[in-house]
Design a protein. Structure first.
Ligand SMILES: NC(=O)c1ccc[n+]([C@@H]2O[C@H](COP(=O)([O-])OP(=O)(O)OC[C@H]3O[C@@H](n4cnc5c(N)ncnc54)[C@H](OP(=O)(O)O)[C@@H]3O)[C@@H](O)[C@H]2O)c1
Length: 321
């Protein structure tokens, strides 16, 4: 495993996303929540992953509890990241919520506490004041944000009076916006971009097609529309070709591409221990400059139907289910 070390933190370039743990919207069932999720987390730690990403909102605290169970006897192996869901993120509320998350996780200190989304109404200054208190008291080691633009990230730093170490954003071969300004900022200033949905929720595995698309939360993900799967054929073919050269899978190549960027770590979720093991192995894959360029150029040419344009297609797909 490779690690990114900045600002006194050390994070594995492949982490583990745990939104899936106990969440109805992923539909993995009770056996997954009760047994597999703990096995996945412990195997992740065995294989050198230390970055575990959860949030108070995931399965309404259940994901944090599962992570807590998995790390119970090996706290020092884990770099635990969780998030405050920013409904009324006033300083005292942020502090109270951090303590509640720490209790569910069974830890004295949260390694990375992130603001899950910017709140358009509550001033960021009060949220960051709460964060600063948490750091002073030792409840939190590092502060992060999520889904913040560059201007918001910098404002958060001014209000905190120090570095906001990470910004967790959607980043993959099909979602490249963070390259415009977040990645350059992280690389230049010693910050980290945590890439969520690095496999585009499994889309980049290439296992889904027009006749086999996932349900649950992914039924609302425009990427899985048959038209987009068709448009993605050149990209998925490029992933397959590069994968063949490395005796790897398309999903592994998609992850290797993300973590080739400086100061970027990825936090794929996993539906099985086998997937987790593949994701860990992706950290060892060294893409050549030519392979990287081929994937990047094919990604540039991919023009999926998204946003409002995708809504009628998603509604039609839902009616057909
Ligand atoms: N901050 C935020 O707002 C935010 C938003 C979303 C996610 N996140 C975080 O980011 C994490 C990851 O994002 P995500 O779960 O949305 O998407 P993702 O990591 O891109 O996709 C995860 C899904 O891909 C499939 N998969 C994983 N490894 C695979 C492999 N090796 N081969 C083939 N398929 C594989 C699995 O689904 P199947 O096997 O069922 O296909 C798995 O559930 C979340 O768990 C969460 O911690 C944060």
């Amino acid at each position: 495993m490779r690690y990114v070390e900045v600002g006194g933190a050390r994070m594995s370039v492949i982490g583990l996303g745990t939104w899936q743990f106990g969440s109805r919207e992923w539909g993995y069932g009770s056996e997954y929540a009760e047994r597999d999720a703990v096995d996945i987390t412990q195997r992740a730690l065995d294989l050198g992953i230390n970055l575990l990403d959860t949030a108070e909102i995931y399965a309404f605290g259940r994901s944090e509890r599962i992570v807590g169970r998995a790390i119970k006897d090996r706290r020092t192996d884990a770099f635990v990241a969780t998030k405050v869901f920013p409904i009324f993120p006033l300083a005292p509320i942020v502090e109270q919520r951090a303590r509640a998350s720490a209790a569910r996780l069974g830890v004295d200190q949260i390694d990375l506490y992130q603001v899950h989304w910017p709140n358009p109404v509550v001033p960021l200054a009060t949220t960051m004041q709460g964060m600063a208190h948490l750091v002073e008291k030792g409840t939190v080691r590092h502060v992060g944000v999520s889904n913040f633009g560059l201007g918001q990230w910098k404002s958060a730093e001014r209000m905190l009076g120090g570095p906001v170490l990470t910004n967790q954003v959607q980043y993959s071969l099909v979602t490249r916006k963070p390259e415009r300004d977040l990645l350059p900022y992280a690389a230049a200033e010693g910050r980290v971009v945590i890439a969520y949905s690095p496999l585009a929720q499994g889309f980049l595995s290439g296992r889904y097609d027009g006749t086999n698309t996932p349900g649950g939360v992914r039924a609302g993900n425009a990427m899985f529309l048959p038209g987009n799967i068709e448009k993605a054929k050149p990209l998925l073919d490029a992933l397959r070709a590069v994968a063949a050269a490395h005796d790897a899978t398309p999903a592994q190549i998609a992850l290797a591409w993300v973590i080739r960027r400086p100061n970027v770590v990825a936090i794929p979720g996993a539906s099985s221990v086998a997937q987790l093991e593949k994701n860990v192995a992706a950290a060892e894959i060294e893409l050549t400059d030519d392979e990287d360029a081929r994937l990047t150029e094919t990604s540039d040419a991919f023009n999926p139907t998204t946003g409002l344009n995708a809504v009628p297609h998603l509604l039609r797909a839902r009616l057909r289910r």
